[in-house]
Design a protein. Structure first.
Ligand code: FCB
Length: 486
């Protein structure tokens, strides 16, 4: 078997080419997806606790109450990471665990969990990479209006200061937000994510306040962290492709690029909202009131690295061509669109491609193109692939093993794409596999397994899948194995 590739692919990197010196090999998780201990040590509900308890929102009524029990098993989990040779661990902090009401003083017991986790990682020689927000807003802040309210950005700045104070001496890599697109547009637009609101105008307001919160947090982090610390934000930049070469389909792609990508990269990396985004959505929000004096300067404070998450491309056309596939059902189907102002667009599933258990098409060239596009649009910006991976229907064999050749093929193809992008000039500093272990996959509950380590939820036993040993080998070699897939 060879890595997935199409004839349009740029030429493959020579076999056994090594990744750049210092290239970071990691795996990622997020607090609500793995920690459990939802009501321990002073933690209060986040919007995901509330949402997962609302009937019909999460498959099988699953919740993150126990999840992978990482809160209690973090020592064993770090030992496993060490065994696999991981060099970095990207985790997120549960805001309502450290600041239960979303304002005011921190809870020491909550902070202690992260201090202990970080110490354990450092002890094991694994670099901690902390994300301040991976979707779990304290419920109290949602009750006060949530991200559509400007004040939430100020609350986030305070929370960032608490975390920089608690971990700044030992965490050298910080990410403000993970995929703010999902928080804004799945949380407040399509409603498939917490808090489950379906208000397109609120989704756009949320996007601006997430941007503002990012900028305020960068200011706080820069003020408190040692000079060598790195700051970043992680975006799920949609690799948008028009279905045909027609001008109309190109315009559909432009709209989705605006409300999916440039709504974040515009203010963060250029200090402005794109004019076409403003025009496309002016019936929903008055941008001149939403964006206040000084906001753009705050949002565009420089980051050291841009994190990009990539799983699958997004194929779009004008509505006449039908569709209804990927894009309208990212992370879960809904009667409402996550794309405000984009009634003129239809989404499609790529024909003839292999798919993961999420029904996402497998297309490593999408990652290559994405890294090259960002490099072209923002020359010199260091990049990090902060998530990439796939769900498959993994199971434990009678011999107690979990064989996941499809995941190995997926990872091989995507790492090859990273390597090609590096060879062609993209400054990619690292790669984080999503995910270290199976976990609570949001609206899909525990039905989708993204881990390279299998979790038997009944016993909480961890079983590294064959991809984990494959990844460990890649890390050891600092290169893809010679001879393609083993
Ligand atoms: C990303 C999320 C991550 C996980 C993967 C599959 O959008 O950041 O938590 O759900 O998708």
């Amino acid at each position: 078997m060879t890595a997935v590739r199409t004839d349009t692919a740029p030429k493959q990197a020579p076999e056994a080419t090594r990744f750049p010196t210092g290239f970071v090999w990691g795996a990622a998780t997020a607090a609500y997806q793995v920690e459990g201990a939802a009501a321990e040590d002073g933690r209060t509900p986040s919007i995901w606790d509330t949402f997962s308890r609302t009937p019909g929102k999460v498959r099988n009524g699953d919740t993150g109450d126990i999840a992978a029990d990482h809160y209690h098993r973090y020592r064993d989990d770090v030992a496993l990471m060490k065994q696999l040779g991981l060099k970095a661990y990207r985790f997120s902090i549960s805001w309502s665990r450290v600041q239960p009401t979303g304002r005011g003083p921190a809870v020491e017991r909550g902070l202690d969990f992260y201090r202990k986790l970080v110490d354990e990682l450092l002890e094991a020689g694994i670099t901690p990479v902390a994300t301040l927000y991976h979707w779990d807003l304290p419920q109290e802040l949602e009750d006060a209006g949530g991200w559509p309210q400007r004040v939430t950005a100020e609350r986030f700045a305070d929370y960032s200061a608490i975390m920089a104070g608690a971990l700044g001496d030992r965490v050298g890599m910080w990410t403000t937000f993970n995929e703010p697109w999902c928080s804004a547009f799945l949380g407040y637009g399509s409603g498939v994510h917490a808090p489950g609101r379906t208000e397109p105008a609120a989704a756009l307001r949320a996007a601006h306040h997430l941007n503002l919160a990012h900028g305020r947090a960068i200011e706080v982090l820069r003020g408190q962290l040692p000079a060598a610390a790195q700051t970043s934000v992680t975006l799920n930049l949609h690799q948008v492709r028009p279905l045909t070469a027609s001008a109309a389909d190109a315009d559909a792609a432009r709209r989705i690029d605006a409300v999916g990508n440039r709504v974040f990269t515009g203010p963060m990396l250029r200090g402005e909202y794109p004019e076409d985004l403003i025009a496309d959505t002016s019936n929903l929000v008055d941008w001149s009131k939403l964006v206040q004096d000084g906001d753009l300067a705050a949002i565009s404070r420089p980051v050291d690295v841009l994190g990009v998450n990539y799983y699958t491309p997004t194929l779009v056309s004008t509505p006449e061509k039908g569709g209804g596939g990927s894009g309208s059902d990212v992370h879960g189907a809904s009667d409402f669109s996550p794309w405000p102002g984009s009634e003129h667009v239809a989404f499609h599933l790529a024909e003839g491609k292999e798919r993961t258990a999420m029904n996402w098409s497998i297309d490593p060239n999408g990652l290559y193109d994405l890294l090259m596009d960002v490099t072209r649009d923002h020359p010199g910006l260091p990049l990090m692939v902060t998530e990439n991976g796939a769900a498959f229907d993994d199971y434990v064999s009678p011999e107690g093993r979990v064989e996941d050749p499809e995941r190995i093929s997926y990872l091989h193809g995507h790492l090859d794409a990273v390597q090609r992008a590096v060879a062609d000039g993209a400054d990619v500093r690292g790669y984080f596999l999503w995910s270290l272990m199976d976990n609570f996959e949001w609206a899909y509950g525990y039905s989708k397994r993204f881990g390279t380590v299998y979790v038997d939820y009944a016993s909480q036993r961890r079983i590294p899948k064959s991809s984990a040993y494959w990844y460990a080998d890649v890390i050891r070699r600092h290169a893809l194995p010679p001879g393609g897939l083993s």
